[in-house]
Design a binder for this molecule. Structure first.
Ligand code: ZN
Ligand code: ZN
Length: 368
């Protein structure tokens, strides 16, 4: 990894301080996105034990070479565990902190993993300490913002190339496959999540899977997609029409756009996240369309495609500067179709900046 060394040290120090504040002698981190955030390790099996001044990083033999390359020199003690990685870290925690309290990520642990921790506890008391790392991750540093911006740029270019093939007779799955391929060719590590392409009445399904359904003239075409770059995700939605739009399609699109822009304009540091959700809902309620918007307005975005903060009706979480969030209201009419518009935005001191450069000012008509 390049340019991240100082950031890892800062993040580990912040986690240590937070764990100490919670009265913990150590913290066992098992969630892979959190491990990547704190160490740079990009493999699929690892555990990280942090305490006052030590960091023990455990992985298996498949990842020895990768761990040696990716971990910041001097930050971690690397151990290779043949099997029972969690048990080994639990044992080390128990040995080092006999009679003390060690935190673990309760919301990311399976029951069998919990049993393994319990069996190796010795005189250590395990305490569930979820969200310690997630809270830090919600605020992005400059490198992270740049990575998300690059992931959005890659996805945007790939979509523009892919739209050239969108015409009647082409299936949703063909478009999704082409878009994934174009993102990979443009430098993505892969899609950030399973690409959604939904045409015609299927666009009314907020989480439609791309199917064999073929595009027809007059269809709405909803594409929800993102690229992963350097570990970071983008998450974008655009809705198009094949050929000339109907009056109703234009009206629904304009309503969603107005809601999306109102929510984006509401983003500000210090306000509760629910206020952003309310800004979108007010626009739709004024047009008597509130009942057609069944999901939350947005979510945080980073190493995972869904992370804090959540922008929903009851979210009391306060927005902070340098959080990156999606804003993605939609309207869905069973049997007719749906429209969603989604951008990724960084919250700054004087409002938010969009990382997505794709146009959205009107319902874009694709040539037949
Ligand atoms: Zn999305
Ligand atoms: Zn999203």
């Amino acid at each position: 990894m390049i340019g991240y060394t100082g950031a890892f040290a800062r993040r580990v120090a912040a986690v240590r301080a937070r764990a100490a504040h919670l009265g913990l002698d150590g913290l066992l981190i098992t969630h892979l996105a959190n491990i990547r955030y704190l160490s740079g390790f990009s493999g699929s099996n690892a555990g990280l034990l942090l305490d006052g001044d030590r960091a023990i990083f455990a992985t298996d033999a498949r990842y020895e070479e990768r761990a040696t390359r990716e971990l910041t020199a001097g930050e971690c003690e690397l151990i290779i565990v043949r099997n029972g990685l969690l048990g080994e870290l639990a044992k080390r925690a128990a040995d080092a902190h006999a009679g003390g309290k060690v935190g673990f990520e309760g919301s990311h642990l399976s029951y069998s993993d919990w049993k393994e921790l319990s069996e190796r506890a010795g005189s250590v008391e395990w305490e569930s300490a979820s969200d310690v790392v997630e809270e830090l991750r919600a605020v992005k540093d400059e490198d992270e913002q740049a990575a998300i911006e690059e992931a959005a740029a890659i996805a945007g270019r790939a979509l523009e190339e892919t739209l050239e093939m969108a015409r009647p007779g082409v299936s949703e799955r063909d478009i999704a496959a082409e878009l994934d391929y174009r993102m990979a060719r443009a430098g993505a590590e892969g899609p950030a999540f399973e690409t959604i392409v939904a045409a015609g009445s299927r666009s009314a399904l907020p989480h439609a899977q791309a199917s064999e359904n073929k595009l027809s003239e007059g269809d709405l075409l909803l594409v929800d997609f993102g690229a992963r770059w350097n570990g970071y995700c983008s998450d974008i939605t655009r809705t198009f029409v094949l050929g000339s739009p109907s009056q109703r399609q234009v009206e629904v699109y304009q309503a969603v756009l107005e809601a999306q822009e109102a929510a984006a304009a509401a983003l500000a540091e210090g306000i509760p996240a629910s206020r952003v959700d309310a800004a979108a809902r007010e626009v739709l309620a004024r047009r008597d369309l509130g009942g057609q918007f069944p999901h939350s307005t947005g979510h945080g975005l980073g190493l995972e495609v869904h992370e804090g903060p959540r922008l929903h009706t009851r979210s009391e979480e306060r927005l902070r500067r340098n959080m990156v969030v999606t804003v993605e209201p939609g309207l869905y009419f069973h049997g007719w179709g749906g429209v969603r518009i989604e951008d990724d935005l960084v919250i700054g001191s004087g409002g938010a900046r969009s990382l997505v450069k794709l146009p959205k000012a009107q319902l874009q008509s694709l040539p037949l």
